[in-house]
Design a protein around this ligand. Structure first.
Ligand code: PMP
Length: 470
């Protein structure tokens, strides 16, 4: 495939003498291909995710050759602050020395071994430490490689649990409107994003969506907590009437990230926990995007003081280094599978389950949380981001500036269907990587972002806004 002649002209900067070219201490960029050549070759060879490939004729992908802390570096040496942690995965910066060294050490010993019938130190240590972080309320870590697979596992585990204890009719799932849990068929079945679902509708199982506690839907004068109580009522009614067939409710605690950073009060989770207990339904906390300190507490559900029955983790678990996901469950669930009959067991597997390299990256991440007092430093960082963002609200078309922990978002009033992409490119021009969802601009930076970086991020976001809306 060849590209239209003008495609690479749309790259944020041209190939020659970039004004802000910076060569890092590591010698980045080590120029093997130019931006232009990489764009041409990627469009011919790679099918990029979540993309209408034809749109790259107008909006070409950006070739990245290096990363350093909160910054990404392209083939021409331009630097971009990673304002979205590379799809919400990066926690402690790109090429973090501690995670690098943990990986170097592990790769000299063992890169991977089948986890059925075998085990290894990193997977044991990681499982013990994750369980300890839930106060040992959850454990029995079951690993996979991406978030969607973890969601599949949690759904299958829940349904199979009910079957094993003699309630085979509990096979349905309740979800929250606007919720997002991944792209595989099971995960998409419990997701509520029409654009992603519609083409695959014939493959999907029907789930039951209840009102989202998104505080933007609150009535005039109604607090976020009051609205959470009202939204929870919808779920309570559903469980009351359909508890016999519902296995679990799946929730993204505190922030439905893909639903344009819809935030809710922790009271919602408390109400859901009570309703699930009352009606004998599992609560699955999908913490793939919100776990690992993203919303302020280590796990988001901890802000509500509740404990889910199953929890899915991925993204930040390896600090954005390696694909790894895990499901933790209550002991009671594990025990329902523990039997002499093979068929009562959880016979699910993935080739890379418990990959030793990925587990060692995850252990390095937990070490950093312990040694650097990350959660309290993040509280100060989040305050700075919110304070720096206040002037954005002076723009008449900016609404609902909001923050939960290290996630900050605002909505832009616009009818432009291309707003998101145009804003993304305007931000790149400012040396900033942002990727609005619809008309919602959000900041979800790595936890190593400095005060100077914050200033760069917010002022770049403001200039990108002005140029996009001009
Ligand atoms: N659950 C949530 C809450 C997510 O945000 C995502 C990904 N954005 C997923 C599941 C799916 O994870 P993955 O893309 O790794 O399959």
């Amino acid at each position: 495939m060849t590209m239209p002649a003008n495609t690479t002209d749309k790259l944020p900067r041209n190939d020659e003498a970039p004004a802000n070219r910076v060569t890092s201490s590591k010698g980045i960029p080590k120029k093997t291909m130019s931006n232009r050549e990489m764009v041409e070759r990627t469009l011919a060879a790679v099918w990029h995710p979540c993309t209408q490939m034809k749109s790259h004729e107008t909006f070409p992908p950006l070739p990245i050759v290096g990363g350093e802390g909160a910054w990404l570096i392209d083939a021409d040496g331009h630097r971009y602050l990673d304002g979205i942690s590379s799809w919400w995965v990066n926690l402690f910066g790109h090429c973090n020395p501690k995670i690098n060294s943990a990986l170097h050490e592990q790769i000299e010993r063992l890169e991977h071994v089948i986890l059925a019938g075998f085990t290894h130190e990193p997977v044991i240590a990681l499982s013990e430490r994750l369980s300890a972080l839930t106060n040992h309320e959850l454990g029995h870590c079951f690993y996979a490689s991406d978030g969607s697979s973890a969601v599949e596992i949690a759904l299958k585990m829940s349904m199979h649990y009910w079957r094993n204890i003699g309630q085979p009719n509990k096979t349905r799932f309740a979800t929250i409107s606007g919720g997002y849990h991944g792209e595989t068929v099971g995960a998409l079945s419990v997701s509520d994003v029409a654009l992603f679902r519609d083409a695959y509708a014939p493959l999907l199982r029907e789930s039951i969506a209840v009102k989202s506690p998104d505080w933007r839907d609150a009535s005039e004068g109604e607090s976020a907590a009051d609205y959470a109580v009202r939204a929870a009522h919808d779920l309570e009614q559903l469980l009351e009437t359909q508890m016999a067939e519902i296995a679990a409710v799946i929730v993204e605690p505190l922030v439905q990230c893909a639903n344009r950073m819809a935030m809710h009060d922790p009271e919602y989770l408390r109400r859901v926990r009570v309703a699930c207990d009352r009606h004998g339904v599992h609560l699955i906390a999908d913490e793939i995007a919100v776990g690992f300190g993203r919303t302020g507490t280590f796990f988001a559900h901890q802000a509500a003081g509740v404990i889910p029955d199953l929890m899915t983790l991925s993204k930040g678990i390896t600090g954005g280094y390696m694909p790894l996901s895990v499901v933790l469950c209550r002991d009671q669930i594990f025990q329902a599978f523990y039997a002499d009959e093979i068929s009562r067991g959880f016979l699910h597997s993935h080739s890379y389950t418990g990959n030793a390299l990925a587990c060692s990256a995850a252990l390095a991440v937990l070490d950093i949380f312990e040694s650097d007092d990350v959660l309290s430093t993040n509280r100060a960082r989040a305050r700075n981001i919110l304070a720096a963002s206040q002037p954005l609200q002076d723009h008449l078309r900016v609404h609902n500036l909001r923050q939960t922990g290290m996630i900050t978002a605002f909505d832009v009033q616009t009818d432009d269907p291309l707003f998101s992409r145009r804003y993304h490119f305007a931000a790149l021009e400012e040396g900033l990587m942002l990727r609005p969802i619809g008309n919602t601009v959000y900041f979800m930076p790595p936890y190593v972002i400095t005060d100077t970086d914050i200033e760069h991020m917010i002022s770049g976001a403001r200039r990108a806004l002005l140029s996009t809306l001009a």
